[in-house]
Write a protein that binds this ligand. Structure first.
Ligand SMILES: Cc1cc2nc3c(=O)[nH]c(=O)nc-3n(C[C@H](O)[C@H](O)[C@H](O)COP(=O)(O)OP(=O)(O)OC[C@H]3O[C@@H](n4cnc5c(N)ncnc54)[C@H](O)[C@@H]3O)c2cc1C
Length: 471
């Protein structure tokens, strides 16, 4: 029997691609190599029983805002979003911290000399976000619906974060934005890094930095539950190594990296595209550590105990230094560490009075260096006594991430480097980047809008299939 579409990969993008097609009445089979759904969006008791940690993604500002999921009945399949009291924060030495709240005024009031500058930027971003959201979260090479607003965003976003922040009066505001810009996993002196800062600020003051109750796996579990309720089928433990591993189909959507697609599709791809996909450049990796704690993280700056996410790296200059070192193939002594403390607002994540903490730092792609000590020291620097609260820790180096999920090449969390044209030509320079051939489509973190849990890559790939092979 020929199925309308086969989808490779049951991560957020693959599941969303399948749901988008099923809702249009097409038949879909999803093939997943792991024995669970979720990809880089799932959870496990990796430290001690009762402590639920996220293996990949933990905090989902893009997920809660995703246009692809807004109208889906995911609550009926177990999804509940948790909003922490503060969205995110960033500590500085000496006990100070910049903290972002959903409320712009409250955030600006904490930013000293730059409060007014922040307020102006955040009010503009927040007001215009609805107009540009689908352009920012889709293929960039096309005429936007609101060209002037998009141009305003683009003119600021194209700058390196360091230039964008020049002239600040204090170090709190630059630190706050640097932490967001560092999600680009690029040196902050590189063009386009400011766009990551602007994107995450826009989300902060709209739907916030929320996360699924019970762990990241609750989101992909809900997507899978909804998919099956629509008549879709997910086959677990089914690795696609060659074209012959796919059932007969009218369209195939790969939610893999371009290099994996090139291996499977071979000469079904036009020669130049095959060459480009085979040589796809991956970005730095992630070194993950989970901590089971006997109590909350003892931040010196008490306001951070309210923040779901904490960017640990110090000032703009210190974060920029760490990210530059990683890009140069080095391992910083003081890495930029992303910390999530979901149990501050979700008691289901740890036994009573205890806390489940998720953290990672950037390292060169495929690094074999154990960063556990350096990462722990960075948290201890801003939260003396942190070490004493550790009941258990579990480290996941880049190679282990890749072994669990072949999309995470060398531990790259973003599906490919953002350097050069990496953000725009993803996986190639085209107004229809999700269409590979008439019957073949790609929708993963390696396609617009890039890495992150939002499902938009899968959504756009499914839309391209519906406009072509599945019309
Ligand atoms: C450590 C880490 C931290 C992160 N933190 C965040 C965060 O806090 N917030 C956020 O929004 N994002 C975060 N991300 C990024 C986010 O998780 C990914 O961008 C997102 O999961 C990408 O979704 P995807 O569906 O494209 O790919 P994935 O989630 O990687 O799923 C791909 C699926 O395809 C399967 N697959 C691959 N190849 C094959 C094959 N040949 N045959 C069959 N199946 C195959 C894999 O097993 C996997 O299940 C993080 C990622 C990592 C790794």
């Amino acid at each position: 029997m020929t199925v309308d579409a086969v989808v490779v990969g049951a991560g957020p993008n693959g599941l969303t691609a399948a749901i988008t097609l099923l809702r249009q009445g097409r038949s879909v089979v999803v093939l997943e190599q792991a024995d669970v759904v979720g990809g880089a969006c799932r959870s496990a008791e990796s430290t001690l029983p009762g402590f639920i940690h996220d293996i990949g993604a933990a905090v989902m500002p893009l997920g809660v805002a995703s246009p692809a999921w807004r109208d889906l009945p995911l609550e009926e399949h177990g999804l509940q979003w948790v909003a922490p009291p503060a969205e995110f924060g960033q500590p500085l030495d000496g006990g100070r911290a910049a903290v972002a709240y959903r409320d712009i005024g409250r955030t600006a009031d904490g930013l000293g000399a730059d409060g007014q500058r922040y307020r102006k930027l955040a009010e503009w971003l927040s007001r215009d976000w609805d107009k540009i959201e689908k352009s920012v979260l889709g293929p960039l090479i096309r005429v936007p619906r609101h060209p002037l607003t998009m141009a305003r965003f683009g003119l600021r976003g194209v700058q390196p974060a360091t230039s964008f922040l020049r002239g600040s009066g204090d170090d709190l505001y630059p630190a706050l934005l640097a932490g967001c810009a560092a999600h680009a996993v690029l040196p902050l002196e590189k063009p386009l890094t400011a766009s990551f800062g602007l994107l995450f600020l826009a989300l902060t003051h709209n739907s916030g930095w929320q996360y699924p109750k019970g762990g990241a796996g609750a989101l992909t579990g809900a997507l899978a539950g909804y998919l099956e309720s629509l008549g879709g089928e997910i086959k677990l433990g089914h690795t696609v190594r060659a074209w012959g591993d796919l059932p007969d189909h009218r369209a195939a959507i790969f939610s893999t990296g371009p290099s994996a697609l090139a291996t499977v599709a071979g000469d079904r791809l036009p020669h130049r595209m095959r060459k480009r996909f085979s040589r796809w450049r991956y970005g730095p990796g992630a070194f993950r550590v989970d901590f089971a704690l006997d109590g909350p993280i003892p931040w010196t700056a008490l306001s951070l105990s309210q923040a779901g996410t904490v960017h640990v790296g110090g000032t703009l200059a210190q974060v920029a230094d760490a990210e530059r070192k990683v890009a140069d193939g080095k391992h910083p002594d003081n890495p930029f560490v992303l910390v999530a403390q979901p149990s501050i607002a979700d008691s289901s994540r740890a036994p009573s009075g205890k806390h489940a903490v998720w953290a990672y730092c950037h390292v060169p792609n495929g690094s074999d260096v154990d960063m556990t000590e350096r990462l722990t020291n960075q948290i201890e620097r801003f939260a003396p006594g942190f070490r004493d609260r550790i009941l258990a820790a579990h480290s996941i180096p880049p190679r282990e991430l890749e072994a669990m999920n072949p999309n995470l090449i060398g531990g790259d969390v973003g599906g490919g480097s953002h350097d050069g044209l990496g953000l725009v030509a993803r996986p190639r320079l085209s107004p229809r980047p999700h269409r590979v051939t008439d019957r073949l489509f790609i929708g993963s973190a390696s396609t617009p809008p890039g890495g992150g849990v939002h499902g938009m890559g899968g959504y756009w790939a499914a839309r391209a299939a519906l406009a072509g092979a599945l019309k």
